[in-house]
Design a protein around this ligand. Structure first.
Ligand SMILES: Nc1ncnc2c1ncn2[C@@H]1O[C@H](COP(=O)(O)OP(=O)(O)OP(=O)(O)O)[C@@H](O)[C@H]1O
Ligand code: SF4
Ligand SMILES: [Mg+2]
Length: 381
């Protein structure tokens, strides 16, 4: 699969006041300290998101990865204001949306759009493809004639004649292309893609991924790309955030996070990609990570990963690790562009110890601190 061009181009299509004022430094997305808890009968208070902060620069792709239930879709819903956070703020292109009133909210909905895993669920089975697209255009007061509908279909690689079909007459890949066309109809600046290819056959996934790469390049869009698969995200993202039980545990440049991860949980995700036979036993042997993800209604104390972590120490059971920068250098001594942040007491301490011993951060990173957390060695295998 072709890798997305790693540039931070300005979007071709922009209409916000912030853009008009030339606020090029304003990030596409700026989420600060968001909290989202659900009261669930029989389960209690579900900690879907706890103190999550993330910033995405314009024209960049943020990949969000983590196991089922870690809060990825909840974050997607907050980013698109389908839900509001209990605490914290969400800014899109410089405008706060978490507390926006109806007028600004309507404008915001043309700026950021969500693409769902299952577009079928959001389509009316009795509505033809063309009518489904025209409806979106009408809602936003945009020209909705056959020409514009045909243009949208062609933009996502569908022939204009498909406008006459019903959703059930489309293949899974065609339906997802239609879902993307509906999101593009309002000429957004930002797309949030929540597992956009997970429900598709493997053969179709690459086609849709290539379409997304092409659209991002052509339109200069900002993407938030959500997946449970680190292997999928690494092909596409400029930066990767790893989530575990409602928290970001590691975030940084795509190559640093996917190729030389520091957090024991990210290492387990990486092993799941690298191990040719990803059986549970093989993954446990490789990483030392055991057990299931705990219920988000009863998150563990301290570091939420501690019951499964092969490196856990006493401090991990009582003190929550903060997400802080680490001075990462590659094995060749170069430093990835962009900040790499990590929430782990033990790995951070090892960085500090090796930096002190080497008296040089460059010598204290890829060569020393990171290999020291290869969990297979830690567990004596
Ligand atoms: N409306 C809701 N009411 C109660 N609990 C919810 C609600 N929505 C999400 N949750 C819970 O919040 C947590 C995070 O859910 P979320 O759907 O964001 O996870 P996810 O990472 O998207 O998972 P998946 O990979 O399965 O899509 C889960 O424990 C989920 O059960
Ligand atoms: S803080 Fe402790 S339990 Fe959490 S990931 Fe680091 S070593 Fe493991
Ligand atoms: Mg989800």
């Amino acid at each position: 699969m072709r890798k997305v061009r790693k540039t931070a181009e300005a979007p071709q299509v922009s209409r916000s006041a912030a853009d008009a004022a030339g606020a090029a430094d304003t990030p596409a997305i700026d989420v600060r300290g968001v909290v989202r808890h659900y009261r669930s009968p029989g389960r209690g208070v579900v900690h879907a998101l706890d103190d999550v902060s993330v910033r995405v620069e314009r024209g960049r792709v943020l990949g969000i990865v983590g196991e089922s239930g870690c809060g990825k879709s909840t974050l997607a819903r907050l980013l698109t204001r389908l839900e509001r956070p209990d605490d914290g703020t969400v800014e899109v292109l410089g405008t706060r949306i978490d507390n926006a009133k109806r007028g600004p909210l309507r404008r915001m909905r043309r700026t950021i759009q969500l693409v769902f895993q299952d577009p079928y669920a959001s389509l009316d089975p009795r509505q033809r493809v063309g009518a489904a697209l025209a409806e979106v255009l009408d809602v936003h007061g945009l020209p909705s004639g056959p020409d514009r509908v045909g243009e949208l279909l062609e933009q996502v690689g569908l022939v204009a004649a498909l406008a006459e079909r019903y959703p059930h007459q489309l293949s899974g890949g065609q339906r997802q292309r239609l879902g993307i066309a509906r999101a593009l109809a309002v000429r957004p600046d930002v797309l949030v893609l929540d597992e956009p290819v997970s429900a598709l056959d493997v053969s179709v996934r690459a086609e849709i991924m290539n379409l997304l790469v092409h659209l991002r390049e052509e339109l200069g869009l900002t993407f938030v790309f959500i997946s449970h698969d680190l292997g999928m995200v690494r092909h596409f993202a400029d930066e990767i955030a790893v989530m575990y039980l409602g928290k970001i545990v590691e975030i940084g440049p795509w190559d640093a996070v996917s190729d030389e991860p520091l957090h024991p949980y990210t290492r387990a995700l990486q092993a799941a990609v690298l191990i040719p036979d990803p059986t549970r036993d093989a993954a446990v042997a490789e990483t030392g990570v055991t057990g299931e993800v705990p219920d988000a209604a009863a998150p563990p104390t301290g570091c939420r990963f501690h019951p499964r972590c092969p490196l856990a120490e006493d401090v991990c059971r009582t003190e929550e690790p903060a997400l802080l920068p680490v001075p990462v250098f590659r094995k060749d001594g170069t430093q990835p562009s962009g900040e790499h942040r990590l929430a782990c007491h033990v790995v951070r301490r090892r960085f500090a110890e090796t930096a002190e011993a080497a008296q040089s951060p460059a010598q204290a990173t890829a060569h020393t601190a990171a290999p020291a957390v290869r969990v297979g060695k830690e567990t004596g295998e």
